[in-house]
Ligand binder design. Sequence first.
Ligand SMILES: [Cu+2]
Length: 239
Amino acid sequence: MKTTKSTGSTEFQRPSSREISSANFKTSPARRLRFGSSSFSGIWMLVIGTFLLITNQFSYAGGSCCAKAEPAAAPLSDKSLYQIESSWTTDAGQSIKLAELKGRPQVVVMFFATCRYACPILVHDLTRIEAALKPELRNKVGFTLVTFDTKRDTPAELAKFREMRNLPANWTLLHGADDDVLELAALLGVKYKQEADGQFAHSNLITVLNADGEITLQLVGLGVDITAAVRELEKSLTN
Ligand SMILES: [Cu+2]
């Protein structure tokens, strides 16, 4: 994973990449169970696959068929954030899992809507990344904002934020449960803490995920040089 540093101010020291990867192991036993069932589901996929193969042969023998077999979906790697099973609510009130973002690279920022200083700059940095992409690639990239202000940033408030900022459909705004927000923050290496005045102190971190939900690049700071992120996104879309 590459990391680009900038001189932008962060209220927190950014954790090392080792700390981020060790965050993978800090999940509770219950969560680990959900993560660890891949070999079991592998066996089931084999059984179902064999069954489908057999039934397919029968239908060929009967001379009836013709639907082209869909290629089996590749399993997610251990590094994919889309292994997280938690449910989130979009600003349209729709319940989704992070895995539903699979298929296009995503630029992810954790934020809160009433932030007076850093978050408006972070969101602006994302719009700069979007604008710097080749026009034909722009709607092939997703932009995801996840709030850590679970009390105030209800889906309805996030919808207002989208409207106010005129954010297009390829931007996903997510509200989640406190524990799920904490877990995602740990995996991204984002630290945040609510202050007495209701504002949050937080890391200023932009994360680029590839189409499979793996972190490929992080930019630290505000008003950063976005070139590396644009290059990374274009690379993952043209490969
Ligand atoms: Cu902020």
